[in-house]
Design a protein. Structure first.
Length: 114
């Protein structure tokens, strides 16, 4: 598997996971600039949620959450504010992170309001 296919697989797993939790998926892979792509935009009740998904085959090279750097977080915030300006009907919003480890067994970790 390539890094791109691992990432796409992880995003599909995250979408199914969030849907089971009651989230309504609004958009996936929304690109705001060359530096900012939001993996999943969803509604959790009346809160708009911007989800960053990080997937790894194993944790040998570190935990997936470690890949969300300060710079990456700033880019996500830029996309969030652009989306809110385009869709002013949303008053409540947050950023979540979902990490997915594929081996030795599937492990999903969800951090809300990072």
């Amino acid at each position: 598997m390539t890094n791109v296919s691992i990432g796409k697989n992880g995003e599909e797993i995250a979408q199914k996971y969030l849907t089971k939790l009651g989230y309504k998926i609004l958009e996936t892979n929304r690109r705001f600039s060359r530096f900012c792509e939001i993996d999943i935009i969803a509604l959790d009740k009346n809160t708009l949620v911007f989800v960053e998904v990080k997937t790894r085959k194993t944790d040998i090279c570190g935990h997936p959450m470690e890949a969300i750097t300060k710079t990456k977080y700033q880019h996500i915030k830029q996309g969030l504010f652009t989306y809110i300006q385009e869709n002013p009907c949303y008053k409540k919003f947050r950023i979540d992170a979902v990490s997915i480890l594929l081996k030795p067994e599937l492990k999903i970790e969800h951090l809300k309001n990072i």
